[in-house]
Design a protein around this ligand. Structure first.
Ligand code: PMM
Length: 279
């Protein structure tokens, strides 16, 4: 297990893609990507999570070396100066190159289902591995959002992925589990997974929560919002803080400053057992 600090780990999202749902096209240029990573680190990010393939609903996979060419130079540049970099990929070849140039975590949103060889890549190295709950590619995932008991089914499916990773040789303490908010889940599924947050601490692994700017938070934005994804940053900070207060190990966010600030407020107000009407 790598440098685990006591506070909730904050992962800053760096998408070097033309088409991610909230920041697509903003950081394709390496100089802009590096500047944005630096700003997130200055705002308190512990980890920079670099992705080169959009997973927004309906997105189509990228071809060949495109993903490698997008992510490797920026990962290498940041790792060289000691930044803890995670590579957000579903592809074993991309993960392997990223680890070679210094990435310390592999973040696989498919939990090893898209390209099972990624589990061997993790097993051969000493990096952490995020296994996210996933039922299928982004272009079909909305059709796969059918559950009788969403929390129990997501937990069971995630534990299967954890067992597969262990079978492949990944040591258990390097595995991080993620319920996969927005992936094959409708808004009510996402809210239910959050209401059941205490269940996530019974899995024997660190848990990462990534709700940042996701569509289901649209229920909680100001009435005059025009639907822009960054209008969901305050709701993201609120949910991420709720997660931190319930013992989740890490939160993955676009607006690092807002979430760090909210986590600091929660730290000051760490009281419990006061029931009242909230709204
Ligand atoms: N969500 C996105 C991408 N990668 N990784 C993890 N572990 N968990 C997530 O919820 C997650 C992820 C969605 O796209 P974004 O990069 O635009 O947030």
């Amino acid at each position: 297990m790598t440098d685990v600090k006591r506070h909730t780990q904050v992962w800053g999202v760096l998408n070097v893609t033309p088409d991610s749902f909230s920041d697509g096209g903003l950081y394709e240029n390496p100089r802009q990507a590096y500047a944005h990573a630096k700003a997130m680190l200055d705002a308190g990010a512990d980890v920079i999570d670099v992705g080169g393939e959009s997973t927004r609903p309906g997105a189509r996979p990228v071809a060949g070396d495109t993903e490698i060419n997008r992510v490797i130079p920026i990962i290498q540049a940041m790792a060289r100066v000691g930044v803890h970099v995670s590579v957000d990929t579903m592809h074993a070849d991309v993960a392997a190159r990223a680890v070679e140039v210094g990435a310390k975590t592999i973040n696989d949103v498919s939990g090893g289902l898209n390209d099972p060889e990624i589990l061997q890549v993790a097993a051969r190295s000493d990096v952490d591995l995020v296994l996210m709950h996933w039922r299928g590619p982004s272009d079909v995932m909305d059709q796969l959002a059918t559950y009788t008991d969403v929390t129990q089914e997501v937990i069971a499916e995630l534990l299967e992925r954890k067992a597969a990773a262990i079978r492949a040789g990944v040591s258990e303490d390097r595995i991080i589990l993620d319920p996969g908010f927005g992936f094959a889940k409708n808004p009510e599924h996402n809210w239910q997974l959050l209401r059941d947050i205490d269940e996530w601490n019974t899995l024997g692994s660190r848990v990462l929560v990534g709700v940042s700017r996701k569509r289901f938070l649209g229920d909680c934005v100001p009435d005059d919002s025009d639907g822009a994804a960054d209008d969901r940053d305050a709701a993201t900070a609120a949910v991420s803080t709720f997660a931190g207060m319930h013992g989740v190990w890490a939160v993955r966010v676009h607006d690092v400053a807002a979430t760090v600030s909210a986590l600091k407020v929660a730290t000051k107000l760490h009281v419990s057992g006061k029931p009242w009407e909230i709204w």
